[in-house]
Design a protein around this ligand. Sequence first.
Ligand code: 13P
Ligand code: SF4
Length: 307
Amino acid sequence: MDRETREEIERLKRERNAVILAHYYASPEVQDIADHLGDSLGLSRLAAASDADTIVFAGVHFMAETAAILCPDKTVLSPAPDAGCSLADSISAARLAAWKAGYPDGIVVSYVNTSAAVKALTDWCCTSANAVKVVQGLPEGRPILFGPDRHLGSHIMRLTGRKMELWDGVCTVHDRISREMVEDALREWPDADILIHPEAGCSDDAGLNANPRVIFASTAGMLRHAASSRAVTFVVATEEDTIHQLKKENPGKTFIPVAPGICCGEMKKVTVRNVLECLRYGTGKVVLDEDIRARAMLPIKRMLEIG
Ligand code: 13P
Ligand code: SF4
């Protein structure tokens, strides 16, 4: 990026008292202009703690919406409001309400990759970083309705031993990551650790879960593992641009994508240009119905409070 654009971004940020938050799946040039990077959990925390007046959220729309739910007094701008998510799109408030009606005593746990309207009908939110903790803390003897990601759901059932009813949604990006792909990587890179996001299509595989070289982790968990592991080579089974930050933080180590093209096109709708437009013109303001926002805040707050 040229110096002028960078200086213009800095000037506009000062003018608006704005901060740019970006997910690790954003394109490398967007990651490089962000004030803070994070996984879904980290970014929710950053949004809640920020003292900026404006948050420009470089991620798909549900992420900007989550920040707006948590920060009613701030302006949250979404550079690409049409950037969707196959998981968030797999469940609507009406379909969740119908599912819940079959389990009057049920506890609804929703992945943070959901709309505000779905969160408003949810008891607990979770991310891939804290789903185990959230589910372990739930009372026994009541049905748990977990959605929308069935791969994450089965992975969590395996780790916690808790039985859950699963919504049949998948992330179309991670769903492509198969056991065969990972087994090929294990053979091809015998000294590498294999980092797999629990949204992956193979995250419930018994053999992979038992393999000490396989680490299931959220994106931030992958960064922590890469920094602390003695391994120098890592195969990365999540959105490919996560490797940008992994390389930056671990210059002496090697990161290899598990397969070419594991890429979330929706995340790439955020560009330096539309981030600049947000800062310049205040475009992409997230506006939520206040009743939905207030109800959606409760399950997110519960999630943040468990640490
Ligand atoms: P995390 O940020 O929780 O690792 O989730 C990945 C994801 O798919 C976000 O859309
Ligand atoms: Fe949604 Fe999957 Fe893209 Fe994450 S990677 S934003 S879950 S479509």
